[in-house]
Structures are given as structure tokens and as C-alpha cells.
Design a protein around this ligand. Sequence first.
Ligand code: CA
Length: 339
Amino acid sequence: MAIRERPVVIAHRGASGYLPEHSFAAKAMAYAMGADFLEQDLHMTRDGEIVVIHDTWLDELTDVRTRFPGRAREDGRFLVLDFTLAELRSLRMTERFEMRDGRPVQVYPGRFPTGTADFRIQTFAEELELVAGLNHATGGRTGIYPEIKVPWLHRREGLDLATAMLTVLRDHGYRRREDPVYVQCFDPMEVIRVRTELMPALGIDLRVVQLIGEPEWEETWVETPDGGWHPYDDGWLQEPGALARVAEVADGIGPQVPMVIRTDPVTGRPTPTHLVAEAHALGMEVHPYTLRADALPAGFTSLDALHAALFRVADVDGVFSDFPDRTIAWLRAEGRRPG
Ligand code: CA
């Protein structure tokens, strides 16, 4: 049975409620707010470097459309892994937007204004140096929470993100289960590979979290014998009893908030699903995503109501929060964190 520590606060893509996600500024702000872990979403570049960016595409986070207009794929989108690191570094990264009627519209209007200031994409190694530097300068021990994004897509392009990521982690001193790091991935086959093949081969043993998404997101695809690719149905992860298989390779799960707690349509009360109890019975931690004050799940009218439901009712072990300061403040007021 894993030791239940205080609930951990994971800064989701940094303090992304206040600064563009995955910018160094957003990471430094989350660090200063006292987050326990800073999250990194990872993709590889065409020349085999690892960069920190959430989307598989560049077009809703950067100015790639105007900088490299001829480099879109057939669907009109710009894949991270079609660009070299030098090209990616030349882009301006910005607050998330969507194109509507040919114009960029900010997804979260109350956040940092899209298209202003100057933010850049950085490598995974540079981000580890940022965290190590801050830990050195402050005497802190803030952790990291890197995600292997779309391993199947990287494999299709001849790239092995998981091996590259684990090698960088090892070379930066992340080697043992006690080290402040969780490795996360949606792809259950990749989680098995990380645990049973890659980490033993590299001589490291880190905590691993199986993310759980909705099947219609089509997070994971598999190759058929004829060389075609089709979506893998990961809906079994949400079935009662499924976590026994996950617990063989993972230390925790990362489900979406509505997978762990729902508002009962009759009583109006937040009601836990089977997931947390089942995970705890197997000795696994539960870190749901994502807490957003400006995009609350159905049935919740405030971020603190969501905090109360997740920490008091569902009894989760940590959360991914876009507003780590507000999650920390709630836990302090609740006496679940030192002041
Ligand atoms: Ca993520």
C-alpha cells in the first residue's frame, strides 16, 4: 500500500490560468506559488529533440500560420514533429486561441491576452534545468510531472519519445521511486512498456501514472498488420475491476474530474464513482484533471465547491490545477497543508 501523503498540487502546464501554458513564466509563477509538481507535456521535433508543448499541433498556440504558411499537413494543421527545434524556437508562443471565421479568438477570455508579450517554446532538458535551478536557489524540492504525448504518432514517424524522455530524466538525476517525479501517459500499452522494458533497461525506477481519457478522444491508435492505423478503444479503463490490471504497472491514475465525482441529478450532491475507492484499495494514488476556475465541470458553480467535492468527498490524492495558488489556499484553509 502506498503511503498517503498530503494531497499534492500539480500545476497543470504551469500556472496556466495566469500565463500562457508551458511558458517559462508560467512555470516560474507556479513554482513561486508553491505547487508540488510542475507538469510538462512532451512532443519530439523533426530532429529528435524533446519540447514542452501540449498540443500535437502548433496552430492554436503559436504564430506558425503566418511564419510557415506552406508547412501545413493536408488537414491544414501544423504538426510539432514536422518542425526542427530551431524552427520551433523561432515561433512566438501565446495564450491558447481558436480560429473562428478566420480570426483568432482566445479560448479563456479572462486569461493572459493572446498575441501579447513574447513567449517561446523550450526543451524538456531546459525545463528540468529551470526546476533544478529554482530548487537550488530556494532550497525547495518541487517535482516534475512529464507526460509522454501520443507515443503511437511518434512511433509512426520513426521517433521513440518514451525512451528519449526517460534518458533525459536519468541524466538529470531522476532515477528512483523516491525522486520527485511522476511519469504519465494515456496509452496503456506504453505504460506497460515504460514499466516493464524501458525503465529496467535504463536502470531507473520512477513512479508512473496511467491517465484515463474518454474513448472518443482517440488518444491512442494502434497499427494493424497491413500497416494501417486505427483508434484503440481504451474504454475498459473506466470499467469496474479494470484497475487491477493497471495497478500491475502503475502507481496511480489520472482520470478526468467527472470520472471520479458527479453531481447526483436527484439530490444535487457531489457523488463519487467507484474509481477512487478501487484505486485506493489497490494502493494507487488518484490525481484527477483539470481544475479550471473559468471552465468548471457540469454541476459546480465555483472552484472551491469543486475543491470540497474532490478533497472532502472523493478523497483524491492530488489534482491538476490551472490555478495552483487557489487550490493551495483552499487546502491551507482546510488544514491539509501547512500555512
Ligand atoms: Ca498533460
